[in-house]
Design a protein around this ligand. Structure first.
Ligand code: CAA
Length: 388
């Protein structure tokens, strides 16, 4: 019989505890002001940088925290319980640097990862475009061969940290007709000639995470800045998302956990019909379902992260975890607003922000519908392999 162990090691508990303290003492109190202003919380994120809560998955030899996927997931849940937007901006650096760690040469890892981290700089992952969100293979950003390298032209959209990044990891195509086989991955400094970004998007939620368009107008890219071979960009992007989707899943778990904590505390204090509303079964069932679904979401995300740590392909489990956790966060936060009633619908209480923040989890890093596409394809592939 398979043996399961769910116990965290002493070291994992300590990492989790320090992330929880940072989230409770620094992120949670600061989050409402950043939510209102939409400003980028640079000082707070630089503090997270110093504490090792940015670049967590990047190896220590390159200046990162060198945490496992599982340990990173434990930390990210805690950070997200403080503010999902701030956490998204922290995790964005990992997302942008992982393609270089996966497929870059030693020289590229030094130039684009180690030097960036040593200088406490930010990097952005540029995949989505105005006309290509879910359909990555249909992207249009054009990479043309010229003497000594390439010319890059096109626009990227919904880029996390787009307006504050010092470096962009850009997915672009040498021939759109080739679909995924034409895609390349290149690294472009933000101050290269022809690079610009649009204004910060005025978003519904996760307002502390900086989101902009990024434009490339005849930008020269030396051949030495291409990551992997020509045409390998699509697979590099997908492998990166396999790693980061469980982290998006735990951002959802962090939001949902905070919403349940708020709803529980409110339900115990709020009295109607002469008793605390937590004593009514109608409220109890909401809280019971939320607690159960949050636990299920956490276990799915931790399993996907653990599989990656153990060299097991986790495309299926990453998508299951991300889909279920995102949908759970949306449901639990909406229910938390319901428990608060009219008060929950105002900005005087924290649950409306959690609900707005949760919505993005069903959209970025692949929508809940795209996750279902990946899950179904993996199931069919496995069944077909069994048949043959
Ligand atoms: N690992 C390795 N290889 C993979 C792979 C993976 N996870 N997934 C696909 N591939 C390979 C396939 O095996 C296939 O290889 P062959 O050439 O040998 O056939 C090739 O890549 C093409 O795969 P598909 O046929 O599955 O490609 P597709 O065009 O049908 O698209 C998709 C697949 C899953 C829909 C993909 O386009 C996708 O994930 N879309 C969602 C995009 C997304 O998540 N965007 C997030 C943007 S980043 C963001 O939001 C971050 C932020 O800033 C917050």
């Amino acid at each position: 019989m398979a043996e399961y162990s769910f116990a965290l090691s002493e070291e994992q508990r300590l990492i989790q505890e320090s992330a929880r303290k940072f989230a409770d003492n620094e992120i949670w109190p600061a989050a409402p002001a950043f939510d209102r202003s939409g400003d980028f919380p640079r000082d707070l994120i630089l503090k997270a940088y110093e504490l090792g809560f940015v670049n967590q998955l990047i190896p220590e030899a390159l200046g990162g925290a060198g945490l496992s996927n599982l340990d990173t997931a434990l930390v990210v849940e805690e950070l997200a319980s403080g503010c999902a937007g701030i956490t998204t901006s922290c995790v964005a650096n990992d997302l942008a640097l992982i393609p270089i760690v996966i497929a870059g040469s030693d020289e590229q890892k030094k130039r684009f990862v180690k030097d960036i981290i040593a200088a406490r700089k930010f990097a952005s992952f540029c995949l989505s475009e105005p006309g290509a969100g879910s359909d990555v293979a249909g992207l249009s950003c054009k990479l043309e061969k010229v003497d000594g390298g390439y010319k890059l032209n096109g626009a990227k959209q919904w880029i996390t940290n787009g307006g504050v990044a010092d470096q962009y990891t850009v997915f672009c195509t040498m021939d759109k007709e080739l679909r995924h086989k034409g895609i390349c991955c290149v690294v472009v400094p933000a101050d290269a000639e022809g690079v610009s970004h649009g204004p910060h998007e005025d978003k519904l939620g996760q307002r502390a995470s900086n989101t902009t368009t990024v434009n490339f107008d005849n930008v020269f890219v030396p051949e030495s800045s291409r990551i992997g071979k020509e045409g390998e960009g699509f697979v590099i992007a997908m492998e990166t998302l396999d790693i980061t989707r469980p982290l998006t899943g735990v951002i959802a778990v962090g939001i949902a956990r905070r919403a349940l904590e708020c709803a529980l505390s409110y339900a115990c204090q709020r009295k109607q019909f002469g008793k605390a509303i937590a004593e009514f079964q109608g409220i109890q069932f909401i809280l019971a379902d939320a607690a159960t679904e949050i636990d299920a979401a956490r276990l799915l995300t931790l399993r996907a992260a653990w599989m990656r740590d153990n060299g097991i392909n986790n495309s299926l489990q990453s998508s299951m975890a991300k889909r279920f956790a995102a949908d759970t966060a949306m449901k639990v936060t909406t229910d938390a607003v319901q428990v608060y009633g009219g008060y929950g619908y105002t900005k005087d209480y924290p649950v409306e922000k959690l609900m707005r923040d949760a919505k993005l989890l069903q959209i970025y890093e692949g929508t809940s519908q795209i996750q279902r596409v990946v899950i179904a394809r993996e199931l069919v592939k496995a069944a077909a392999a069994k048949e043959s």
